[in-house]
Design a protein around this ligand. Sequence first.
Ligand code: PEP
Ligand code: MN
Length: 348
Amino acid sequence: MIIVMEPTATREQINVVVKNLENKGFRIILNEGDVMTVIAAIGDKRLVEPQSLASYEGVQNIKLIQEPYKLASRTAQQHDTIIEFDNGVKIGGNDKPVLMVGPCSVEEDYDGLLRVAEAAKEAGVYFLRGGAFKPRTSPYDFQGLEERGLKYLAKAREATGLLVVTELMDASEMDMVCHYTDVIQIGARNMQNFKLLKAVGKCGKPVILKRGAAAEVREFLLAAEHIMANGNEKVILCERGIKGIDSTFTRNTLDIAAIPVIKKYSHLPVIADPSHGTGRRYLIEPMSKAALVAGAHGLMVEVHHDPDNASSDGAQSLSIEMFKKYAENINRLIGRIDYDNHHIEAKV
Ligand code: PEP
Ligand code: MN
């Protein structure tokens, strides 16, 4: 349930409503905006008569939320969440989409990572991605450099000024990962690792939550809700493809429709990952364009200095040369989309 207070509501009037709901067992999350305060009450709504609350002084209106995700829901917050970084970079709303690029795994060849980071910076990219803890389907595949990989990422950040995105697999490593990164990634395989979601809910860094390969949009939003309900509202949702019926030509099926669906039902930023979404490097550019036209706030793309010899996901990674051409084409498309009205100029 959402209680929207009048812009003129006093602190006392807000407290009366909050106390009443707390006494009935509701958990309260206060959203104190510049203009008005919105109270999100999480609990069993059968325990309260909404009409009786509506008559409290200072209450403007009450919305009963049908969606099980409350904090992530558009009903709870109509305006888009925009996540802003210390250097002024923003993700969400009508801001221009951002690119996040880098190798699937951080590898021993630091110079290779640096070359990718420098090419990214040159193309106007703000984020460098790379996994140091790798969730691999096979235990015999490369598992990641762990802290050494995090150090390489931090070194590349120092050299280029790019913000770093890396995956956290285990809550026990959260402090270490947070120490080196700007954005924490929760991978598709951990989308419903509720202890991990709870842990990142308690850290202050923005989180990219990737959609599970077999997760419905509702489950995806509920996973975001776990992070938000534990105190971290800086969640970026990432559509990275779901299991389809045919993996002959594509590794996963990038669910483009999920992008506008999520934007309709949630205020959180949503990005797309056409590398994992397709598994094929030749599909990265067309699917990136499709995702942007569908309204994605950003793209996460794997780029490697030597994709054919990458430790993981080489087939879905662009080489540096391919990336340069890709970035040029994507930047051109981004320049042609009117983000306030979300339409593309007809002219090529
Ligand atoms: C990755 O980003 O390299 C990754 C493992 O992604 P996902 O969790 O989407 O498979
Ligand atoms: Mn990968």
